[in-house]
Design a protein around this ligand. Sequence first.
Ligand code: GDP
Length: 178
Amino acid sequence: YPEIAFVGRSNVGKSSLLNKLMKRKAFARVSNTPGRTREIHFFDVNKQFVLADLPGYGYARISKERKAEWRPLIEGFLTDSPRLWGVVQLLDVRHDPSPDDMVMLDFLAQLGVPTIFAVTKVDKLRKAEVAPRIQALAAQLRLDPDQIVPFSATTGAGRDELAAALMELLAMPDWRTP
Ligand code: GDP
């Protein structure tokens, strides 16, 4: 099955987002493939595709040694997984992208894998603040604001939009085929 990988800093809200996403009827989780490594969790969805929950990166408190572990794990998976179909990179709407976020963004662009961007925890901003904040983030990331899906695991906002973006991504041809 094609795989969609989810990446983001620790605490960005990745687990909450995946839980919310998979509660959607069309995304009913039918089984939990035991992780191939201890730190990547795979969720089979309707026997159609797999959501790969990659470990959170860039947690400020983790040691240099732990950092040295996660980069090869994450980047190795993204480079080597033969079924990788696309990536969802998550950012916390309240925080400017960290250096680790920029490393990941550049890595994904370099790889050439189709990537969806989602900003999490939008319920923490007032409604009127969300659009300008996304514009500012898009400028920092050098993206079009339209490429960023606002999401809240608390309210469910953006869940259908993100699901639709995933379905669109899954309908695309394999990015590795020239
Ligand atoms: P992960 O480390 O990226 O998997 O992050 P978690 O999903 O465990 O979330 C980290 C923290 O952020 C937890 O305290 C969550 O309750 C909180 N959180 C996650 N998503 C949201 C959201 O959409 N809104 C709000 N207000 N809090 C959230």
